[in-house]
Design a protein around this ligand. Structure first.
Ligand code: HEC
Ligand code: HEC
Ligand code: HEC
Ligand code: HEC
Ligand code: HEC
Length: 246
């Protein structure tokens, strides 16, 4: 599969985040782990993700004594998956908390999975634009059981077994009386990012601010009428009320 071949890129990205990892670990481990390090105690990993963090810390601090029990010595899930999973589930990051800690940065960024592979039918129906559980499982069914350590993977598999759809929180939603079709806009040459921001850099998805200032200094926010109309004006597209409102 395509994404497996991309393993080498993973390593490059991995080293650039290792400092961040160390910082996150120190914060997450708290004073106890710091004390343990001082007194020469051994820090023992309790999961594959913790093992990744401990190794990253030991690399920064050679005096640190760590122990990785055999059960947690697996390379899977990767450190990037652990980090993306945690960042996608961060309640303090912008955007709604989703039922699964799914990261666009990991799937669309690192693994370069095409937006349209998952978002085939971006249209009006409330969930048509979001991929099915089956599509997710097309990849995740082949993953080694060690991935079950991640809560998001367990939730995904649970939905698959129960044949239940995932109830994703909607991020973008226009009122019912507005007519918007993706097709015309994508065909006109706009990138997804023109309207949705740098999605491939987001672990947790949110509505990116895009405040437009009109000549008389009135702000309009994304998804407001002025946001649509201003772009239509700049591009010679329709300003007919009935194009957007029946
Ligand atoms: C084309 C293959 C593919 C598809 C389709 C796919 N995934 Fe993934 N997923 C991956 C890979 C590869 C990883 C990262 C594995 C690693 O680095 O350890 C991953 C990681 C994850 C993780 C760990 C956190 C994260 O995002 O990195 C979750 C949760 C996840 N996927 C859920 C989903 C869900 C839900 C769907 C469907 C909406 C889905 N995946 C569709 C390949 C896929
Ligand atoms: C592996 C599947 C997958 C890929 C690839 C993917 N997405 Fe998504 N996308 C999802 C899932 C699942 C959700 C719902 C959960 C969430 O919001 O994070 C979503 C949500 C969204 C939303 C918000 C929908 C709403 O409720 O308003 C936007 C916008 C979006 N994706 C854009 C993109 C863009 C742009 C790309 C390419 C850069 C992309 N996606 C690639 C699976 C994917
Ligand atoms: C011209 C701006 C624009 C472009 C370009 C655009 N979108 Fe959207 N997108 C929107 C708006 C506006 C909504 C809200 C639609 C609604 O509520 O009816 C939306 C909603 C979505 C949703 C939520 C589910 C849905 O279908 O309503 C997804 C997923 C999404 N977009 C993905 C994408 C992807 C992937 C691309 C690139 C192929 C893309 N968008 C390009 C403006 C845009
Ligand atoms: C980034 C610029 C941009 C934004 C933002 C934008 N549009 Fe458009 N839209 C266009 C362009 C350009 C066309 C003309 C496409 C063509 O004629 O091929 C168009 C065409 C349309 C059409 C006529 C084609 C069709 O689908 O029937 C409608 C309706 C429409 N837009 C609605 C909206 C609404 C509603 C919003 C805001 C939620 C919006 N657009 C935001 C650029 C934009
Ligand atoms: C390019 C698309 C577009 C065109 C053209 C357009 N509208 Fe809108 N209109 C919108 C969107 C999107 C909203 C929803 C704004 C929001 O939710 O904040 C809206 C909202 C409205 C509302 C409700 C405002 C409110 O605060 O509740 C009215 C009334 C309205 N439009 C009238 C018009 C009239 C009259 C015209 C023609 C002069 C027009 N619209 C042309 C996209 C458009």
């Amino acid at each position: 599969m395509k994404w497996r071949v991309r393993g080498r890129r993973l390593v490059v990205v991995g080293s650039s985040v290792s400092l961040l990892v160390a910082a996150v670990l120190i914060l997450a481990a708290g004073p106890e782990a710091v004390k343990a390090a001082d007194s020469g105690e051994v820090l023992v990993a309790g999961s594959v993700c913790e093992a990744h963090e401990l190794r990253a810390r030991a690399e920064q601090d050679p005096h640190l004594q760590i122990e990785i029990p055999g059960a947690y010595a697996s390379p899977w899930p990767t450190r990037e998956a652990c980090l993306s999973h945690a960042a996608a589930g961060d309640p303090d990051a912008p955007g709604p908390l989703q039922p699964i800690q799914f990261s666009h940065k990991h799937h669309a960024g690192l693994y370069e999975i095409d937006c349209q592979y998952c978002h085939t039918g971006t249209d009006r129906s409330p969930s048509a634009g979001v991929p099915s559980v089956q599509l997710c499982m097309g990849c995740h069914q082949q993953f080694v059981p060690a991935y079950d350590e991640l809560e998001g993977i367990r939730t995904l598999k649970d939905h698959w077994e129960r044949k239940a759809p995932i109830e994703w929180e909607q991020v973008h939603r226009l009122p019912e009386y507005v007519q918007f079709q993706h097709r015309a806009h994508v065909q006109a040459g706009f990138e997804c990012q023109d309207c949705h921001g740098p999605v491939e850099e987001m672990d947790k998805l949110y509505l990116t601010p895009d405040t437009k200032w009109w000549p008389w200094l009135l702000p309009t926010q994304k998804l407001e009428m002025g946001w649509c109309v201003q772009c239509h004006r700049e591009n010679g597209a329709t300003q007919d009320c009935l194009a957007c409102h029946y």
